[in-house]
Design a protein around this ligand. Structure first.
Ligand code: PLP
Length: 393
């Protein structure tokens, strides 16, 4: 060991000098509509727990029952002996829920992208990706030996330009898009993407992390929302956001599922989901198949909240989903707005450059089915108070 600050200590000092060093906020207790964060009681508008499932008694009971029957760990990767009957049951249930032929479950949504993209493309193929796709897609694409091209965000002319220019030079072409874009809450133009894919003989891959449990009938996702069943090759969902637990899945054809089962590296080299998670997820999917009351409540709350904020005069962007950005503009002002809201008992994270373009700093409100109207009213009142005080309104 050398004396003096290490390489990483110097890098951390650089973060501090740039003003971007931060500590992780600490949540004391479950993720709910109202929480204790860093010792202070706040209304939580910063989680992906869209349906309020993360602390739902039915999911908790199912997890406990699964632990009693199967223990706490699966003990191996799925290809050796970590494939329990409940993993199989979950995949069958998810395929039925998604109205697709088959499903392959991974340990997270991130793992789906890290494993599936490289498994289904190879040298001599082309991946065409929306410029605003999620970081895990960008990383997943990096792991593939295929060539890469980017199209402008949701710009169908630009996507067609890429297809026209490049299609004939490649064996297989894969078009990848988020289903719902997480910073603005806009929905991919999936019907047009699918038409272009069919016209140019390309495969389609939709990462529906923010659409799963949100869009479509009882949260079946973006493909169901647009009724494109059978026309999207790979539909990725997360089990960590609306479903409230942890995990991810690829809904696809039976052949694609078998291929992922042989070549999806997180399936081969990382231990499968623990029984508690699997048990809770099965319960969550059952609940969504029983009733649309959870997604109905989510959308009702989202509409109520957006309407009230809009009436006050806040700029809520062009969101089409419960993700509600409140655009402030300047980076420092967005951070200050978030800090002031937290002091007043509302936790909503600031999102600034480079996550979003310069000058479009915002706070991003995540409305859930777990919020009461009374809590949402309190949030709106606090936004009004702090907005006036800071000259935003
Ligand atoms: C959150 C997210 C993921 C990661 O999902 P996890 O299950 O949390 O790993 C992947 N893709 C998109 C688009 C996401 O928003």
């Amino acid at each position: 060991m050398s004396n003096g600050p290490t390489y990483l200590e110097k890098k951390i000092q650089e973060l501090k000098d740039e003003g971007v060093y931060r500590k992780l906020p600490v949540l004391e207790g479950p993720n709910e509509a109202e929480v204790i964060l860093d010792g202070k009681k706040v209304i939580n508008l910063s989680s992906n727990n869209y349906l309020g499932f993360a602390n739902h008694p039915r999911l908790k009971n199912a997890a406990i029952e699964a632990v009693k029957k199967y223990g706490v760990g699966s003990g191996a990767v799925r290809t050796i002996i970590g494939n329990m009957d409940i993993h199989e049951e979950l995949e069958e249930k998810l395929a039925k829920f998604k109205r697709e032929e088959a499903v392959m479950v991974f340990q997270s949504g991130f793992n789906c992208n890290a494993g599936a993209i490289q498994a289904i493309t190879e040298k001599g193929d082309l991946i065409i990706s929306d410029e605003l796709n999620h970081a895990s897609i960008i990383d997943g694409v990096k792991l593939s030996k295929a060539d890469k091209a980017i199209f402008k965000h949701s710009d169908m002319k630009d996507l067609e330009r890429v297809l026209k220019e490049k299609r004939d030079n490649y064996e297989n072409v894969l078009i990848i898009t988020d289903g719902v874009f997480s910073m603005d809450g806009d929905v991919a133009k999936l019907p047009e993407i699918v038409e272009l894919a069919e016209k140019y003989n390309a495969m389609t891959y939709v990462d529906d992390a923010h659409g799963s449990g949100v869009l479509g009938e009882s949260g079946r996702g973006t493909v169901d929302h647009f009724n494109l069943h059978g026309r999207v090759d790979f539909s990725i969902g997360t089990l960590s956001k609306a479903i409230g637990v942890i995990g991810g899945y690829v809904a696809c054809s039976k052949a694609a599922q078998e291929w992922l089962n042989h070549r999806g590296r997180p399936i081969l080299f990382s231990t499968s989901l623990p029984p508690a998670a699997v048990g809770a997820i099965i319960e969550a999917v059952d609940m969504l198949m029983e009733t649309t009351e959870f997604t109905d409540k989510l959308w009702d709350n989202a509409k109520y909240f957006k309407e009230k904020l809009g009436k006050l005069g806040f700029d809520t962007g062009h969101s089409e989903t419960p993700i509600t950005p409140v655009i402030i503009g300047e980076e420092a002002k967005s951070m200050e707005f978030s800090n002031r809201l937290k002091e007043e008992g509302v936790f909503v994270s600031p999102i600034v450059f480079p996550t979003v373009p310069k000058g479009t700093g915002r706070v991003r409100c995540m409305v859930t089915a777990g919020h009461s109207k009374e809590q949402l009213d309190r949030v709106v009142d606090t936004f009004e108070k702090v907005g006036k005080e800071m000259g935003i309104l």
